[in-house]
Design a binder for this molecule. Structure first.
Ligand code: FES
Length: 103
């Protein structure tokens, strides 16, 4: 199985995880502290901008499930934002920037 590379820009830490791992779980493995609330994709506390070199996020992340997408829509954040507790990695390399609302 090919591991997925997850890079946390602010902490400058990188971890390799199995596909299907949430970015929040990857952060815990990397020792990166993320502020969370519900951890169920409902509160939006952990919304962060994510990116990948190709620019095609669908190649590196699973699509947002309904509850996550509903929360992102309510927050009015851009399509490059995901909730780290809910966003699951798929393949390749994902970069996670700072908080979606303050950066
Ligand atoms: S911690 Fe509440 S949406 Fe992720």
């Amino acid at each position: 199985m090919n591991l997925v590379e997850v890079h946390f820009e602010e902490a400058d830490k990188t971890v390799f995880v199995e596909p299907g791992t949430t970015i929040l779980a990857a952060a815990e493995m990397a020792g990166v502290e993320i502020m969370t609330g519900c951890t169920r994709g409902m509160c939006g506390t952990d919304a962060h901008r994510v990116s990948t070199e190709s620019g095609d996020l669908s190649s590196v992340l699973e699509p947002a499930e309904d509850h996550e997408q509903g929360t992102l829509d309510r927050m009015g954040v851009g399509s490059d934002c995901r909730l780290l507790c809910s966003a699951k990695v798929r393949a390749g390399k994902v970069s996670v920037a700072g908080d979606a609302l303050t950066d």
